[in-house]
Write a protein that binds this ligand. Structure first.
Ligand SMILES: [Mg+2]
Length: 284
């Protein structure tokens, strides 16, 4: 069915390439979001896989462009990680993250008293984020924890913990690289590969785009046909829309080119526009 903006109540917006190009706002797209927010015509949510930053940092960036924004509009896999820890009832997590993300998560989970430090006898979960303060010691602690709890006793893994319950392992998102002004720089993908290459440890869950879990807070408020994901990447933004069963608005203000769309073998986006503001004119 043709994309019908009259049925839409909420847009889930990718940031880089959709509303911003690096630090700079894409002016007509941002203007459309500001006007539609103020008129109440649409609800907006902002989607990022980047777990090296806290949601507050994204709020500052979005508010800095003049868009009114509240914490519940920011969707990052740190929210999915928090729900996962709560749902599983974990009380001891080895969180591999920067100090500021650790402080953020400790604050979020303060009511359930979860410890986020390395503790081989107590840890129930290893949670890997895009840790820009990653050290060799953290990687060695993660693998040794896995060795002591998840590998059968052997001369290769001689040290055992008294607690012999297997430890769970999750990663916040799957990205191999992070775009930067210096070109692609390492993201969490290489960190996962580092661990897997060492002793075979693999996450039980990888949150973030394209996993539809990130859209759960939106789909609790709106029906799928009332929601669209807006983004510039087919393999992440369109994939999460497809996986969640919602429309995808493809913008050409970022990574995807008309040539990429011609070569794209999957189902086409619901609508393709140069910049997000044109969604209002291009539908119907
Ligand atoms: Mg993007």
């Amino acid at each position: 069915m043709a994309f019908d903006i009259k049925r839409k109540k909420a847009f889930v917006c990718d940031l880089d390439g959709t509303l911003f190009m690096g630090p700079n706002p894409i002016v007509p797209a941002v203007r459309f979001v500001i006007d539609s927010t103020k008129s109440g015509r649409f609800r907006f949510f902002y989607l990022t896989n980047n777990t090296s930053k806290c949601p507050e940092e994204y709020m500052r960036k979005i508010a800095g462009a003049g868009i009114p924004v509240a914490p519940e509009q920011i969707l990052t896999p740190l929210i999915t990680l928090e729900s996962y820890i709560r749902r599983k009832g974990y009380t001891s997590v080895y969180l591999i993250s920067s100090e500021k993300v650790k402080a953020h998560m400790a604050g979020r989970l303060a009511d359930v008293g979860v410890s986020l430090d390395y503790d081989p006898e107590r840890n129930e979960l290893i949670a890997l984020t895009y840790d820009k303060e990653l050290t060799y010691a953290k990687l060695a602690d993660a693998t040794s924890l896995w060795n002591m709890r998840n590998c059968p006793p052997s001369p290769m893994c001689p040290i055992r913990t008294r607690n012999q319950s297997p430890v769970d392992f999750v990663a916040t998102h799957p990205d191999n690289c992070c775009p930067s002004e210096r070109g692609p720089i390492p993201d969490i993908g290489g960190m996962m590969r580092f661990l897997e290459t060492t002793n075979g440890m693999k996450p039980s869950h990888v949150f973030g785009k394209p996993s539809p879990t990130l859209l759960e807070p939106v789909l609790e408020l709106f029906r799928p046909e009332e929601v669209a994901v807006v983004g510039d990447r087919l393999y992440t933004d369109k994939a999460i829309a497809d996986n969640a069963g919602v429309d995808f608005v493809c913008v050409l203000s970022g990574e995807t080119t008309p040539e990429d769309l011609r070569r794209y073998a999957g189902t086409p986006p619901a609508i393709v526009v140069d910049t997000f503001d044109m969604v209002a004119e291009g539908s119907g």
